[in-house]
Design a protein around this ligand. Sequence first.
Ligand SMILES: [Zn+2]
Length: 438
Amino acid sequence: MIVRARIVVTMDGPPIENGAVAISGNQIDDSPPGSSPSRAARLCRSAPAGSVVEVGKFDSIKKGNSGEVLDLGEQALLPGLINAHCHLDYTCLRGKIPPRKCFADWIRAINAEKAKLLPQDYVASINQGFAEAKRFGTTTIANLTAFPELISQIQAPIRTWWFAELIDVRSPKRANELVDLAVESLGRARPPGAPGGLAPHALFTASKDLYRCCDDVARRENILLTTHLAESREEMEMFRDGSGPLYDFMKVIGRDMKDCSGETPLALFVNSFGALGGRALPGEWIVAHLNELAESDFELLKDLTNKFHVVHSPRSHDYFGHSRFRFENLRALGFNICLGTDSLASNQSLSLFDEMRAFQCRERGTSPDKILEMVTVNAARALHQGNALGRIRAGFRADLIAIPCSGDGNIFEQIVAFDGPVDWMMVNGRRAAANLPQ
Ligand SMILES: [Zn+2]
């Protein structure tokens, strides 16, 4: 089929006015006998279903192509958005936990809320989260779940990287067992073969053994890794100074506090698991947060040859009142920076448009096209999908969304300013939602 829109924002060159995208799939009609099919039609037949086979001006793609044409009218067609860090488990906790004075208190508060929930509540919460993310134009999500055993009960309606979130602070010496169980659960995801990964939660809740075990398995199984790092001032205080509310909280739980002896969280991570420790490839990690960095940390980051990916969650960051996210410094050092919503226990919606706007409010100097890259191109790269997702380009998966646009002004500015559910969406070549004609 061919999808035409007033403007096609490919993220792969300048936007195309009166643009169109040819998509493979069984909607493409065969050309009548004896006629010579267009290039797009020929390509459509040979391309895997759900991929983009041609992008360009509508007139040139339409010419001689007998495929179905869907004209979206006064819309901007763009790649589906990618949420690089989310916990759909906690969709049901929206508005339940007012901001706390300290991070340790917030952990206590979310633990108290979690204690009220049953497995079926989490399944409902995850399904509700998927529906909301999709409504706001998210076609791919990196979703951390603390309950990988529930994955098999959920049919994800969008492209999903399931990350099994692992914590062993209350049960040390079970690292291997926890990771084996998680990998088994990931294997039962629907549809079979859905991509997955491992997420040792954070340095203060996951042991070194657990990180190492995740790292070993990830390399063996070729799956992704993500973790929370340097999120709060209290995490910095705990590891660098050996004091503070988080230190006290974790000590009471029974955590071995020997590693809280002068190193920053970032230094601990890099030296233990990074290139400087001669062990893992930090480039394989997607690191959430990185809010609290010492100046010495920037020296370490500068020296990292294989840089990890960074996910910033602007609204969750503001909710907690973390230190300013050093976007420009990290970007200048060559880090690939993406956006994520984090969970609704510390955010109001799963809209990446809202997230882009929150980011824009803080980083006025960043152009809207660069902001859009953070939820398309950059996030695709973090998921090792830089050659399949995040752009509208021949050979890429047909994950597309459309939003209303006008002829006036910068199209990227209009996209970042968009506030509402998306009008039209396609995931893997299948039309998935919407207000416009299907
Ligand atoms: Zn998180």
